[in-house]
Structure formats: structure tokens, C-alpha cells
Design a binder for this molecule. Structure first.
Ligand code: DGY
Length: 326
């Protein structure tokens, strides 16, 4: 019997084709986030679930299907109760593909440059016919060259951002659970405690996964520590930053600007952020390139198929589930 699979939203074709060849496939019919009830309905009798980072998958929802594998179409798995899955003997997989390091790093740099060179403000000015000719002090921004970038989180994306920063002639400070030899030696980066990074960096960029420990990692106290004139970039997960505190810090001029790809109550965006011209906002598109999204689709499908065949999937998040299956 072909395993039965539910995909919560259409993903790029190459991934769906792999699933079509080997499974009885059900894809949520509309191109939008399904509700909890719609996921529950879609899961009936399904052995495999391909979920997105916008789907909250907890234990009771897992029980709606006959699940053996949950393949998350993301590197982050904060939307899944992994412990609940392990207790149920369900494998959870993710997609830490190369593109999910490089594309978000490019986007992070796009945000840094958009903010420091006031690209979005300039675009608006030109469209609104506010451009009346070159002027010595029109829309002056700040250089990134020679400035200090503070990278919080030294995983794959943080490393790809560091490589770019070195190319842009920036000094690099970083903070993570432990120093990384290759960062210090290869990039001339310096491992520092978080308060020091906040005090010394001209641009602070966040690249940590969301967990109980990193929720509100950047709150009022941390924002208060930031260097005068510094920018905050967040392309990790919204709740890593206390959005209310950020709005207050921006209003008070404690933080000179922010560029955000993710939001605390996504897809809601704090009205204070939308109102400020020194804030650049993108709709969680850091990984949104055809190359990366196709790579993710293929890997998510391969993870799911391997798990359904009883093999160890290439990117298993909860290997402890294997011992519980013995
Ligand atoms: C991820 O994979 O966690 C990214 O946020 C997707 O864009």
C-alpha cells in the first residue's frame, strides 16, 4: 500500500513530483495557511505530514492522523512540539540545506544595506516625485565599510553573514554558545559576551533559533545597551525580539533603525514599526529564492519518503525517536 501523505500548502513542483510518484498525496487545496481544523481534517488517515513553519503542530493535532513522519519545510522546527512527536514515536525532520544558509545571508545583507543606505526611503521619494535633483545632503546614510557587525548566533546563516561582512570590510564580533575556531582564524572575528557585542556593534544581526531561551533575547535591557546610532536586524524568528520594547527604543532614538524580516505576532506587524521611516520591513522572505525553495521542497520530500520507508531520513531532528522504536 502506498503511504498516505498530507501537505499543508503547495510547495515547488519538484518536491510534489517526488511525493506523487511514491505516495497517495493530498495537498491542501488553497494557497493560504490552513486553519487548525483544516489541518486536522487533512491529517485523517495520513502516515506522513509535510508542514510549513506557519503550521503549529502539537500533540493533539498529531493524533488526528496515523503519523510516522512530520517533515517540516524549514530549518527551524519551533512550530512543532518535537517532544510530543518523539513520545508518539513520530520522526521530525527539517531542511538545513545550503540555500537556507546562503539566501538568508544575502537577505540579511540586503536589509543591512537597505537600512544604512536608506534604499526604501529613496525609492519612495522618487516614486512620490520628491526627487528634485542631486543634493549634497539628500538622504545621507551611513557606510558599512569599516563598521562593526555584531552577529548573534554562529550557525550556518551567521557564518554566511560573517563571510559577506568580511567582504564588505566590516569588523566582526559574534556571540554564540561557544567560540568557533574557524570564525576567529578564518574571518578575524572575535567572540564576545552578548553585552559587549551590544555595546560595540554598529549593526547587530540575529541568527539564533527560537526556543524558550532565545524568546525576547533582545528586550528593553539589551536595546538599552546598544551603541548610539546602531541598527538592529532580525531575519531569524520574530519572538527573539520584544517588539514592544523595540518600538519604544526606536521612538526614543535609543536604536537608530531596524530591518525586520520576521515579527513577534506574524503575520501581524506592530503598527509602530509600520509607521517609522527608519524601519525596513520584509514579509519573512529571507529564504525566498526559487533555488532555495526548490532545494527545500526536494529535501523535505526526500526526508518524508525515507522516513515512510522505515529508513533514517537525511535530516532527522529527533534521533532519540529511533531508540523508542526498537
Ligand atoms: C526556515 O527554514 O526556518 C526559514 O525561516 C524559512 O524561511
Amino acid at each position: 500500500m502506498r503511504p498516505r501523505v498530507f501537505v499543508t500548502r503547495r510547495i515547488p513542483r519538484p518536491g510534489l513530483e517526488l511525493l506523487e510518484e511514491a505516495t497517495d498525496l493530498r495537498v491542501f487545496a488553497e494557497d493560504r495557511m490552513p486553519t487548525r481544523e483544516e489541518i486536522r481534517a487533512g491529517l485523517q488517515g495520513r502516515h506522513g505530514l509535510l508542514s510549513l513553519l506557519t503550521d503549529t503542530i502539537d500533540g493533539p493535532l498529531m493524533d488526528a492522523g496515523d503519523l510516522r513522519v512530520i517533515s517540516n519545510y524549514a530549518v527551524g522546527v519551533d512550530n512543532i512540539d518535537v517532544l510530543a512527536a518523539t513520545r508518539r514515536g513520530i520522526m521530525v525532520t527539517n531542511t538545513p540545506v545550503e540555500g537556507l544558509r546562503e539566501s538568508p545571508a544575502d537577505h540579511t545583507f540586503a536589509l543591512i544595506l537597505a537600512l544604512s543606505r536608506r534604499i526604501v526611503e529613496g525609492d519612495r521619494m522618487v516614486r512620490q516625485r520628491g526627487f528634485t535633483g542631486w543634493g549634497p545632503e539628500v538622504l545621507l546614510g551611513t557606510d558599512v565599510y569599516g563598521k562593526t557587525l555584531g552577529i548573534v548566533g554562529a550557525g550556518g546563516i551567521g557564518a554566511a553573514v560573517a563571510t559577506r561582512a568580511a567582504g564588505f570590510g566590516m569588523q566582526i564580533l559574534y556571540h554564540s554558545r561557544a567560540p568557533k575556531e574557524e570564525w576567529d582564524a578564518g574571518l578575524g572575528a572575535q567572540f564576545v559576551p552578548l553585552p559587549q557585542l551590544l555595546r560595540e556593534a554598529d549593526v547587530v544581526t540575529l541568527h539564533v533559533p527560537l526556543s524558550a531561551k532565545t524568546k525576547h533575547l533582545i528586550g528593553a535591557t539589551e536595546l538599552q545597551m546598544m551603541k548610539e546610532g546602531a541598527f538592529l536586524i532580525n531575519a531569524s524568528r520574530g519572538p527573539v525580539v520584544d517588539e514592544e520594547a523595540l518600538v519604544a527604543a526606536l521612538k526614543a532614538g535609543r536604536v537608530a533603525g531596524a530591518a525586520l524580516d520576521v515579527f513577534e505576532h506574524e503575520p501581524e506587524v506592530h503598527p509602530g514599526l509600520r509607521a517609522m521611516s527608519n524601519v525596513v520591513l520584509t514579509p519573512h522572505t529571507a529564504s525566498a529564492t526559487w533555488e532555495t525553495r526548490i532545494e527545500m521542497a526536494v529535501v523535505a520530500a526526500e526526508n518524508l519518503l525515507a522516513g515512510l520507508r522505515g529508513e533514517v531520513p537525511p535530516f532527522l531532528v529527533n534521533p532519540e525517536v529511533l531508540s523508542s522504536q526498537d
